[in-house]
Design a protein. Structure first.
Length: 297
C-alpha cells in the first residue's frame, strides 16, 4: 500500500503544540505520551504549530477526523467573562507568582484551540480535551473557569481538612487525588470494572484552574471532593458507533501509570485514543474512550 493510500485510510488527529523557551529561542512541543498512544491505535497525529494567524488556515489540515487538546497555559479570561473572579489584586499576584509557568497567557494558542473546538462542535468532529483542553471546550460553549481552584473552592470546603490538592509541582506524574464518578455516564461504564461501591477512583491531575460554570450542553461525569467537575460530556453528541464524541477530562489518563513502569493504574487507560470503523463515512473515524476497549461493543 502506498503512502498516498494510507493518507486516505488512517484517521488524522489534530493536536496543538505548546510553546516554550529553549536556548533563547521559542520552540513548539507536544508530549510523547499523546503521540505514542495515537499512533499505537492506528491514527496519524497531526501537530498544529502554535503560529500567529494559523487559526485562519485550519481548512488546510482537512480531512480532520479527530481533535485532541491537552496541556498549556491559562486561557485568557477575556474569552469567558469580564469579571474574572472575586479575588483581590494581592491574591491574583500571589497566584501569578506561584504558577508563573501557567499564568503567562498565550493568546495565539487560545485562538487556535478555541477555533478548533468550535469547528468540532459545529461538525460533530470527535473531540477529547484533557486538562486545559477540557477548559477550552467549556469556554468555547459559554462556560467559565475558576481563576484558582485552591483559593476559590478547595480551602473553603471546611469539611475537607487541607482541601484537595489538584497540583503537586514536586510529583507531577505520581500525584493522585480521588474523584467520584457519576452513575449512568460514559465514565461510569468505562471505569465499571475498577469502581467499587463508593464509585471512586484515584486520578492524576496537574492544574490550578477548572470549570466554574459548566456550559449548558454538557453533563458532569465526575467530581473531586471539593466539588470541582473533573469530567463532562455532551450527551447529544455522544455515539461512538457513529463517530460522535465530545468530552472534557480535567485529569490525565495518559499519565496514570505505576511508578517506574509502563503499566497503567486501571485496565484500558491507553484506550483514550481508540479508532473504530464508521459506516457513514469513507474513512475510519477517531473517537476517544478513556477506560475500556469497546471495539465491537
Amino acid at each position: 500500500m502506498s503512502s498516498s493510500d494510507l493518507s486516505t485510510i488512517l484517521p488524522r488527529v489534530l493536536i496543538v503544540s505548546r510553546r516554550t523557551l529553549r536556548k533563547n529561542k521559542f520552540v513548539d512541543f507536544v508530549g510523547e505520551y499523546h503521540l505514542d498512544l495515537i499512533v499505537s491505535y492506528g491514527a496519524v497525529p497531526v501537530i498544529v504549530p502554535r503560529v500567529r494567524g494559523l487559526h485562519m488556515l485550519l481548512q488546510s489540515f482537512e480531512p480532520i477526523h479527530g481533535v485532541l487538546l491537552c496541556e498549556g497555559e491559562d486561557i485568557d479570561p477575556s474569552h469567558y467573562e469580564a469579571e474574572i473572579s472575586g479575588l483581590s489584586e494581592e491574591e491574583l499576584e500571589e497566584i501569578r507568582n506561584l504558577h508563573a509557568s501557567d499564568t503567562d497567557i498565550d493568546k495565539e494558542k487560545d485562538t487556535i484551540e478555541l477555533s478548533l473546538a468550535k469547528l468540532c462542535l459545529e461538525r460533530n468532529i470527535p473531540y477529547l480535551g484533557i486538562c486545559r483542553g477540557s477548559q477550552v471546550l467549556n469556554v468555547a460553549c459559554g462556560g467559565t473557569l475558576y481563576q484558582d481552584v485552591e483559593k476559590e473552592i478547595s480551602k473553603k470546603c471546611k469539611e475537607l481538612e487541607g482541601g484537595v490538592v489538584h497540583m503537586d509541582y514536586e510529583n507531577y506524574d505520581g500525584h493522585r487525588h480521588v474523584i467520584k464518578v457519576v452513575e449512568n455516564t460514559p465514565l461510569h461504564k468505562w471505569f465499571e470494572e475498577s469502581l467499587e461501591e463508593k464509585m471512586e477512583i484515584m486520578v492524576n491531575s496537574y492544574h490550578h484552574q477548572g470549570v466554574k460554570k459548566l456550559a449548558n450542553r454538557f453533563v458532569p461525569m465526575a467530581f473531586a471532593p471539593d466539588g470541582l467537575i473533573e469530567g463532562f460530556y455532551d450527551p447529544d453528541a455522544y455515539n461512538p458507533e457513529e463517530g460522535k464524541f465530545i468530552m472534557g477530562l480535567q485529569f490525565h489518563p495518559e499519565r496514570m501509570r505505576q511508578q517506574d513502569s509502563e503499566k497503567f493504574d486501571y485496565p484500558g487507560c491507553p484506550s483514550a485514543y481508540k479508532v473504530t470503523p464508521n459506516a457513514n463515512v469513507p474513512h475510519f473515524v477517531l473517537y476517544f474512550i478513556c477506560i475500556k476497549l469497546v471495539a465491537g461493543a
